[in-house]
Write a protein that binds this ligand. Structure first.
Ligand code: PEP
Ligand code: NA
Ligand code: MN
Length: 630
């Protein structure tokens, strides 16, 4: 499939090839030869470039200017291309078991999808040749992390989607400077993306959104530090710096180089006494990472600052502190449910310079999605993401959603009113606490703390959550999502757990590990915890533990629980402050936990098998014993 090419002539429509290092030119030339674009556009990341491209897309109808907002645009996709497609996402390695664990015979592996190099060559060989015919190939030089920083990594994305170019400029640092950095450092991650719709298009184009959903393939080649994504223009499949690079490829780099690439928000919490703590938290998709990263505290005197809402790259420094950077430059947040109550900071962030995808639009040129009922005048008409125009109330009555449940805002992190003033510090921030969490309607307390590092790694490995709209899953079920990395694992999950365990070395100050659950329900199906800004109460408790307060925790079979009354409930409704409510929030029903740990054990045994590290097996033994004695 891949011809051996030298420096073939590249038909430039824009940009300057003289600044592009020869090995990058070679990469471009190779894919020009294969994909056959009508021309090549070298992006420089400038505002003028974005302005020109935006105007063209508005003219063409791909973007609609949101007239009542400041430099904001709406994009509607083909309704068949609205989410990540996990079933078509593969990791390609020579050795199968470097990608996936040894699952038990007859078991369908859920932790990663492997494809052989031969099959990948066949699959890509039947898609890539000529896939950009009649379109321009954009060359996007980008950095994950501050340009040139010690924890940062550069990439080059080739794409035939200008929506992707505009979104990558928000989500990553796009700059011509990177050609110099790559020229000096040599290494870069090769990212190739095509919507898979060469001209003349064969498939009917819907909403000015050409794509090829039937033939989607998202392929990661960790050994070659390469990504090839075909058929989809949707964010998680097409903005290759995000999930494909910063999680899947980077987790392999991290394994090789002794650091961590994780699906985690990064935030700082400063107590009324002025002490700042840094927290990284892993939740599966659409469990509220963005809301937590920007929460508006309801406890007086606390200050939250946001560093990132989705991905953390973390490395121990010479003093043994785990330091984290946010490799991204923007937020690609789920819109529905976001409002001035649940996340006022996100609302402020996306009020300008934002690309919205698959949300509704008001007749005044503003945005609407489910959850904005209080913010948007009920008398205005809204065009839904599928184009139907109705009043908000009529959307509700008809049961049709104005915004797709996975509709998104793509917005610069720098615009967040509580972005940490040093959020771009290339050295990163020292992490005091790591939090795991999921949507757990039953049995799982609001917060508990692991006994030690290895027990904490088990908490991460055992992470489960109710499924959401960020991927193609149907219906509600509790699904395992170990470390919130199930869709994003770059290598064998057993090796990944071993890597986590091995990080605990003498001389290092290991972060404390916690588990939280904002989503426990009472017997009527109502949430037992108000969540959102009130989650500061849990963060307050976590910070006390980080500061070494022994009197706020008691041992339980599953970890340290808060002692009754040690979570500040001041100012909450009386109903939350009763001993009965405390009991409901923190009770550990024995039957539930016996079954939970049995099920987790069965999952890890069958899904990770012989690759499961001994210390994790030992942690499960201990947990099971403690629960048996409840
Ligand atoms: C995405 O689906 O594009 C995405 C960023 O996913 P998530 O919500 O899982 O972060
Ligand atoms: Na469109
Ligand atoms: Mn995510």
């Amino acid at each position: 499939m891949v011809p051996d090419v030298g420096l073939v002539p590249i038909r430039l429509v824009k940009g300057n090839l003289s600044k592009v290092p020869p090995h990058v030119q070679q990469f471009i030339a190779k894919y020009v030869q294969i994909c056959r674009p009508k021309g090549v556009f070298i992006c420089d990341g400038s505002d003028e470039e974005a302005k020109e491209m935006t105007e063209k897309l508005v003219e063409r109808g791909t973007l609609v200017k949101l007239e009542s907002m400041d430099n904001c645009y709406l994009c509607r996709t083909d309704p068949a291309d609205v989410a990540r497609v996990e079933s078509k996402t593969f990791t390609i390695t020579r050795e199968k078991f470097s990608t996936v664990p040894h699952v038990a015979p007859g078991v369908d592996g859920q932790l990663g999808r492997w494809m052989s190099p031969e099959d990948a060559e066949k699959e890509l060989g039947s898609r890539l040749p000529g896939c950009m015919k009649g379109r321009v190939m954009y060359v996007i030089p980008f950095s994950m992390g501050p340009v040139g920083g010690p924890l940062s990594k550069p990439g080059i994305q080739l794409t035939d989607s200008n929506y992707v170019v505009l979104s990558m400029r928000i989500m990553t640092r796009v700059s011509g400077e990177l050609f110099k950095v790559i020229g000096e450092q040599g290494e870069f991650v090769q990212c190739v993306h095509s919507i898979g719709a060469p001209r003349p298009v064969e498939r009917k184009v819907i909403n000015h959104w050409p794509c090829n959903p039937e033939r989607i393939i998202i392929s990661q080649f960790p050994d070659e530090r390469k990504i090839v994504s075909y058929g989809s223009g949707y964010g998680g499949n097409s903005l290759l710096g995000k999930k494909c690079f910063a999680l899947r490829i980077a987790s392999c780099m991290a394994r090789d180089e002794g650091w961590l690439a994780e699906h985690m928000l990064i935030m700082s919490a400063t107590s009324p006494e002025g002490k700042e703590h840094f927290i990284a938290a892993a939740f599966p998709s659409a469990c509220g990472k963005t809301n937590m990263a920007m929460l508006t505290p309801t406890l007086p005197g606390w200050k939250i600052k946001c560093v990132g809402d989705d991905i953390a790259w973390m490395r121990f420094d010479k003093d043994g502190r785990l330091r984290a950077i946010n490799p991204e430059a923007g937020f690609f947040g789920v819109a529905p449910g976001t409002n001035t109550k649940t996340n006022p900071m996100a609302m402020a962030t996306c009020s300008k310079n934002t690309i919205f995808t698959n949300v509704g639009m008001t007749s005044e040129g503003g945005v609407y999605w489910e959850g904005l009922e209080r913010e948007v005048d009920p008398d205005v008409e809204v065009s839904g993401w599928l184009g139907d125009r109705k009043k908000i109330g009529d959307f509700k009555k008809s049961g049709i959603k104005a915004a797709h449940p996975n509709s998104r805002f793509c917005t610069p992190a720098s615009q967040c009113p509580i972005i940490h003033p040093r959020w771009e510090d290339p050295e990163g921030f020292p992490i005091d606490a790591i939090i795991f969490g999921g949507r757990r309607p039953e049995g799982v307390p609001l917060v508990f703390e692991s006994f030690d590092w290895n027990h904490g790694v088990l908490l991460g490995a055992a992470l489960k959550s109710e499924t959401t709209a960020a991927a193609e899953h149907k219906g509600k079920e509790i699904m395992h999502d170990p470390m919130a990395m199930r869709p994003f694992m770059g290598y064998n999950f057993g090796d990944y757990l071993r890597h986590w365990i091995d990080l605990n070395k003498p001389g290092r100050k290991m972060p404390k590990i916690f588990h939280v659950n904002w989503f426990r329900l009472d017997s009527n199906g109502s949430f037992l915890w108000p969540g959102y800004g009130d989650n500061i109460r849990v963060i307050d408790w976590i910070c006390k533990r980080v500061d070494g307060q022994d009197n706020v925790a008691i041992e339980s079979p599953i970890g340290y629980l808060p002692t009754e009354g040690s979570i500040n409930m001041d100012g909450l409704n009386d109903s939350y402050r009763t001993p009965q409510n405390w009991q409901k929030l923190f009770s550990l029903p024995k039957d539930y936990w016996v079954e939970d740990v049995r099920e987790t054990r069965q999952f890890l045994d069958s899904q990770v098998g012989i690759d499961l590290p001994t210390p994790i097996i030992k942690q499960m033994d201990l947990l099971q014993e403690r629960i048996a004695q409840m």
